[in-house]
Design a protein around this ligand. Structure first.
Ligand code: GLA
Length: 395
């Protein structure tokens, strides 16, 4: 009895302090989140052992040292609710708290997934009507990141409560995200909040106001050049909405999943870095080729993505099937991606004066890690089909 009398005020004070901290915590996702997510490779097959292996390989491969931090479980971990309404993990994840402890012991963070609807996209238990309980459960387990995926909220709530009224449906959608954000904040644990509603209602305009640290801007990526390029190059126009703590998310990486060539995966990584996109590897980390690892751990490219200025890049020029995208960096340098979207090689020319630099600027190729030389203030390079040359330009 006396134990409870003593403990209660202390717990109250601690959680109040925690809530205040979380609300003012501007360090959460100060740069785009980096890590791994189970969906693109494992989909519904992911289990505890796969997640532990991902954590292990993230450390042993050097990915952690290169900046990867979050180990994120996507859909299909959810079990049943108990009589009090608290969610439990299913038999693939026997002990979520122990898993979080393990991931934390490797110096990494653990992410999880749910839906504001009654069911997730894969038909598992969602958070509808249990938002605060779920947030508390995640905090108790030691979860550091939540991806919150709209899915069944559309038919179960939006279409049901506001049939044919898009404006009202969107209000319900925003309210659902605010509700979970408040629930997460109330736990006092800093938990990155990832909105997944496929870009509906121009989420980039309001995602930050409902507490989102990142928001998916599109439907799902898949492991093809066509889909990756369609998503990536269509991010044009969204740069102004991203910044420290709140990022556009063109979906997780497919690098290493086998559906694209080496050049195409380099394009994927380069474009995502210029977009200041979250870098969430989506491959099986236990079976990486040296090429895959070299792409995922290219520190020069990662530094572009993670630049503390937090400015998303944009397209500067397009000529035929070639495009130059640029991203300003905190030290006054500029990252430039020279992309060839064609199936034939093409020379691409970058005129330094067009991007605000003098003829004697220093150019570094971020894939060969060599300095290259501009001639008479311009640099011309032949870029392979679906390929990229990525440069860092400084005066
Ligand atoms: C949706 C999301 C995907 C993934 C699946 C899981 O399709 O967009 O990223 O989370 O659900 O069911």
């Amino acid at each position: 009895m006396s134990k409870f009398r003593l403990a209660f005020p202390a717990i109250l004070l601690l959680s109040l302090a925690g809530a205040a901290l979380a609300q003012t915590d501007s360090t959460l996702a100060a740069t785009p989140p980096m890590g791994w997510n189970s969906w693109n490779h494992f989909a519904g097959r992911v289990d505890d052992a796969d997640v532990r292996a991902a954590a292990d390989y993230m450390v042993s491969s050097g990915m952690k040292a290169a900046g990867y931090e979050y180990v994120n479980i996507d859909d299909t971990w959810e079990g049943q609710r108990d009589a009090q309404g608290f969610i439990h993990s299913n038999s693939k994840f026997p002990d979520m708290k122990a898993l979080a402890d393990y991931v934390h012991s490797r110096g990494l963070k653990l992410g999880i997934y749910s839906s504001p609807g009654p069911k997730t996209c894969a038909g598992y238990e969602g958070s509808y009507g249990h938002e605060q309980q779920d947030a508390e459960t995640y905090a108790k387990w030691g979860i550091d990141y939540l991806k919150y995926d709209l899915c069944s909220f559309i038919p179960a709530v939006m279409e049901k409560e506001a049939p044919h009224d898009k404006a009202k449906q969107y209000q319900l959608m925003q309210a659902a995200y605010t509700k979970m954000h408040n629930a997460l904040v109330a736990t006092g644990r800093p938990i990155v909040f990832s909105l997944c509603q496929y870009g509906w209602d121009d989420v980039w305009k309001w995602g930050a106001s409902v507490g989102g640290n990142l928001w998916r801007t599109t439907g799902d990526i898949n492991d093809t050049y066509a889909r990756m390029a369609d998503i990536g190059f269509n991010q044009l126009g969204l740069a102004q909405y991203a910044g420290p703590g709140h990022w556009n998310d063109p979906d997780m990486l497919e690098v290493g999943n086998g559906g694209m060539s080496f050049d195409e995966y380099k394009t994927h990584m380069s474009l995502w870095a210029i977009l200041a996109a979250p870098l969430l590897a989506g491959n099986d980390l236990s079976k990486m080729t040296p090429e895959t690892l070299s792409i995922l751990t290219n520190r020069d490219v990662i530094a572009v993505d993670q630049d503390p200025l937090g400015k998303e890049g944009s397209r500067a020029f397009a000529v035929g099937m070639t495009e130059i995208w640029t991203k300003p960096l905190s030290d006054g340098a500029l990252a430039a991606g020279l992309f060839n979207r064609d199936t034939e090689p093409h020379p691409i020319t970058l005129n330094l004066s067009d991007v605000g630099f003098q003829a004697n600027a220093t150019l570094r190729d971020l894939w060969t890690h060599q300095d290259v030389t501009a001639t008479n203030g311009s640099y011309t390079v032949t870029v392979p089909p679906h390929g990229v040359v990525m440069l860092r330009i400084s005066q």
